[in-house]
Ligand binder design. Structure first.
Ligand SMILES: [Zn+2]
Length: 466
């Protein structure tokens, strides 16, 4: 009898995660644009600043996955988001619809069908590509109107993001969609104070920034009363636990602006965004410590952005040189404009020395960070093109999410190079990305090799209805 009981126990142990669903609480983090070098680059930046490594780099499972979409070896966020949400490869710029035009069922739909709570949170627009991939189905990721209405009509219990992004010319602003959400019975909480006190009994919850902003401010620029991704994550955990603590829940959290900083070729800002998402991971780890046998935390990325290299041509790196950059490239552009193009005052051409002093103060270039003759010559040429005789005082460079003074963008890239970080371009790369997993059944992710394999595996481990 004893022997039979022992064998039964042994067979249960051997079957482990692959037999009965073991996972009750799923946290699925997506660092948008968070390639392997963005993560390891953050560790180097943290070490140089006396901070700890990114928490998930020491997870028991660290793997990597490929990211190709159905129609390209270089994916965008909506095709990758859909692969991560549904396990189906689709074409770039489409959300939740396969190449034959069929909607692709996703993790929030499967989890809901099985009675679990569901949540999506992001540091960018609530209807941006990644959260949209987990809720909506649209032939275009930019069809914000359609995506917003689908999200409002969806059964997802908790949603959070800066605002509803809207299409210019549609005649509908963010307030219109907030009104629609309110009419659908969704309780709305805006800004950190309200979000800290959400109604845990509300049938559905939507958290937004206090002001209409396309994305939350970068961590590097954050002010006291700005909404943080961690505010959303904390509220989502409290709400989903209050309502679905018994049954379990699925919660997707996106660090959406790692990608924005990659498009802007801005390393210090990018690394602080990785650290910012890691603060939300900390909240999930606290939850895991409470329910260690039933909580699974999966962290990955949709793609890499910027072709970031560690090393910039010499056999050395100096991440400590990024320490004096106090604002992102967009905010540096604002500061540059305020300083050298003061509103309501006649324009006065600044001297090269004054421009260098500005960057010394705001970025460390020409301050703690020495600038080589060759780099100074290149940057002085941009100064001449901007402020010289017949120059273009509005000489700017456009990236996917912002337009900056050319000289500001070039100084930040030069600072990154001086620190040993080299950007290749302002778009996505086809590089593989990391997969970091801890908690119940984490070892199952050792064999995952592609982004489309994650969603079906989570569904299986958590017992969702596919
Ligand atoms: Zn991107």
């Amino acid at each position: 009898m004893k022997r039979i009981a022992y064998l039964l126990l042994l067979s249960l142990l051997v079957m482990g995660c692959s037999s009965e669903p073991k996972v009750k609480y799923v946290f699925y983090f997506i660092g948008d644009g968070m390639g392997v070098n963005e993560v390891i680059g953050t560790n180097l930046y943290n070490q140089a600043n006396g901070q700890e490594n990114v928490n998930f780099t020491s997870f028991p499972v660290v793997n990597f996955i490929t990211t190709v979409s159905a129609n390209s070896l270089v994916t965008d966020s909506s095709a990758a988001g859909t692969a991560l949400a549904s396990g189906v490869k689709i074409n770039n710029s489409v959300v939740g619809v396969d190449p034959d035009g069929n909607p692709t069922p996703n993790l929030t739909e499967w989890a809901h069908a099985a009675g679990f709570g569901t949540g999506v949170a992001t540091s960018v627009g609530v209807n941006h590509a990644t959260p949209a991939s987990f809720v909506a189905h649209s032939s275009s990721r930019n069809g914000y109107e359609e995506i917003s209405l689908q999200m409002i009509d969806s059964p997802v219990d908790f949603m959070a993001g800066s605002t509803f992004l809207t299409n210019r010319g549609s005649g509908h602003d963010a307030a219109y969609f907030e009104h629609k959400a309110d009419s659908a019975g969704i309780a709305i909480f805006k800004g950190p104070g309200a979000i800290a006190n959400i109604d845990l009994k509300a049938p559905r919850v939507l958290c937004l920034s206090a002001k209409v902003e396309d994305s939350l401010p970068y961590a590097i620029d954050r002010k006291e009363d700005d909404t943080r991704l961690a505010d959303f994550t904390d509220a989502g955990i409290r709400y989903l636990e209050a309502r679905y603590g018994k049954k379990g829940f699925f919660f997707m959290i996106e660090g959406g602006k790692i990608d924005y900083a990659g498009h802007g070729n801005d390393a210090a800002t990018c690394f602080q965004e990785v650290n910012d998402m890691a603060q939300s991971v900390d909240l999930a780890l606290t939850f895991l410590a409470r329910y260690p046998k039933e909580t699974l935390i999966v962290i990955t990325a949709d793609h890499e952005t910027g072709g970031l290299m560690l090393g910039s041509g010499r056999y050395e790196m100096h991440p400590e040189r990024l320490a004096k950059q106090h604002a992102c490239v967009d905010e540096l552009t604002n500061l540059f404009r305020t300083k050298f193009f003061p509103e309501g005052q006649p324009f006065k051409t600044p001297t090269w020395e004054a421009v260098k002093a500005f960057f010394a103060e705001e970025t460390g270039m020409w301050g703690d960070v020495q600038v080589s003759e060759r780099v100074e010559k290149d940057l002085k040429a941009i100064y001449d093109q901007t402020f010289g005789k017949g120059g273009d005082r509005n000489l700017t460079e456009e990236n996917l999410y912002s337009t900056n003074f050319q000289i500001v963008a070039d100084v930040v890239r030069a600072l990154d190079r001086a620190a040993g970080y080299q950007w290749s371009f302002g778009s996505h790369s086809g590089s593989p990305v990391g997969l970091y997993v801890t908690g119940a059944c984490a070892e199952e992710f050792n064999t995952v090799k592609d982004n489309a394999e994650i969603a079906p595996l989570i569904a299986k481990l958590a017992g969702y209805t596919k």
